[in-house]
Design a binder for this molecule. Structure first.
Ligand code: EMZ
Length: 384
């Protein structure tokens, strides 16, 4: 199997039943596998809520490692809409020329850097610094702050020995608390200050609400962006002609990004909690039990995607759900897309070959299913 090949572990169950169940810290979830049902359930926010106990809609559940509600991710309509309206413009800034230029400079720099080094480890030496530096633009804070985040490693809630590490998570929470206090003392034009000065339904946001937005900004786009970047590098190392095709036809880049994001689906699934007894796929779902919207499985659904297990870089019709679907679609998607578009443009301009030296896969353990989501490490050589 090629290193950039990511198999679909859900095919059989999706086609035979359309769902499966997983146990997760004694809070099982019914996993919805088909594209149509995933989208349908994502739409039904009244029946399948996001505003459950903080951390419960994440799989694996984070109820044991945090109390702060992530906003707007763990809030249901109508409150959700007020928060979303407040945040929408800020999270669309990546479309602005000035933002794009800064992001381009960051990405060109890091590509130039790795072109001068013999062998690099992509996850730690490329994707993590790239993601962390780009985050300084999203928060609108000084570039140097990225060094600290890089030192935290790829996932804020995970360490090498534990998938859910409360001590590690506390580093992030304490850091954010301190930054919020600092922004109160020294207002600036950072996201912290903008939020502290914002009003929702005629009142100022509380510190806890500001923290909820900031935690989401840090956590939601961290391992997801890192995996998307790393996996794309693995793909181009094994498909040098695709890189050439993008160089010759840059207009293809946007489609290519959507296709890579579909194929790799950096976030496997997201949960919801049933507000009443109901049914999905003719299967009973009890009130207060969880379902999981499995984006990764939906994105390989043969009823929707032709040759779903192939990367078709210029795929035209691509209703993937990698950024979720419905009211809660990903707030950070504009930022993530810009990172990947600029990365592809830069690689196609500057790099002719990426040679894989060694790879260690990162396999997510989902009970009955094991899914490759990325790499623990990927050593490569970049060639000019
Ligand atoms: C949560 C989640 C959001 C969660 C859209 O995804 O991403 C996960 O990586 C985090 O662990 O807390 O932010």
């Amino acid at each position: 199997m090629k290193i950039s090949e990511f198999p679909d572990p859900f095919k059989k169950e999706r086609e035979e039943k359309g769902y499966d169940s997983i146990n997760d810290q004694n809070d099982p979830a019914m996993v919805i596998l088909g594209h149509k049902n995933v989208r349908k359930c994502a739409h039904q926010w009244q029946t399948f809520q996001s505003g459950a106990k903080p951390g419960r809609i994440v799989i694996p559940s984070e109820v044991n490692i945090r109390d702060t509600r992530q906003i707007p991710f763990e809030v249901d309509p109508p409150e959700h809409k007020s928060y979303r309206n407040l945040l929408e413009d800020w999270f669309k800034r990546p479309l602005q020329e000035d933002y794009k230029n800064k992001l381009t400079a960051q990405i060109e720099n890091i590509v130039d850097e790795v072109l001068n080094i013999d062998t690099i480890e992509v996850v730690g030496d490329f994707s993590l610094p790239l993601q962390s530096r780009a985050l300084t633009l999203l928060l609108n804070i000084p570039y140097a702050e990225a060094d600290l985040w890089i030192s935290w490693g790829t996932h804020v809630f995970r360490s090498d020995d534990s998938a859910l590490d409360a001590n590690k998570a506390n580093i992030l929470y304490n850091y954010i608390d301190a930054k919020i206090d600092d922004a109160i003392e020294n207002p600036s034009d950072s996201l912290y200050s903008v939020l502290l000065n914002s009003e929702i339904d005629g009142r100022k946001l509380t510190k806890e609400e500001v923290k909820g937005v900031i935690i989401l900004t840090f956590a939601g786009g961290r391992d997801t962006v890192i995996n998307a970047v790393t996996n794309s590098i693995a793909y181009f190392s094994e498909h040098p002609n695709s890189l050439k095709a993008l160089k010759e036809n840059p207009a293809m880049i946007n489609n290519a990004v959507e296709e890579l994001v579909r194929y790799f689906t950096p976030l496997t699934q997201m949960g919801r909690v049933a507000t009443k007894d109901t049914q999905v796929c003719e299967h009973a779902v009890k009130a207060d039990s969880r379902i999981a919207l499995n984006w990764a499985s939906a994105n390989r659904d043969e009823r929707v995607f032709e040759n779903p297990n192939e990367v078709v870089l210029d795929r035209k019709v691509n209703p993937h759900v990698s950024f979720g679907f419905g009211t809660h679609n990903c707030l950070g998607a504009t930022h993530a897309r810009q990172i990947l578009r600029i990365l592809l443009a830069t690689l196609s301009e500057k790099v002719t070959e990426i040679k894989i030296v060694a790879a260690k896969e990162n396999i997510e353990d989902l009970g009955n299913f094991k899914r490759k989501v990325g790499f623990d490490s990927l050593k490569v050589q970049f060639k000019k």
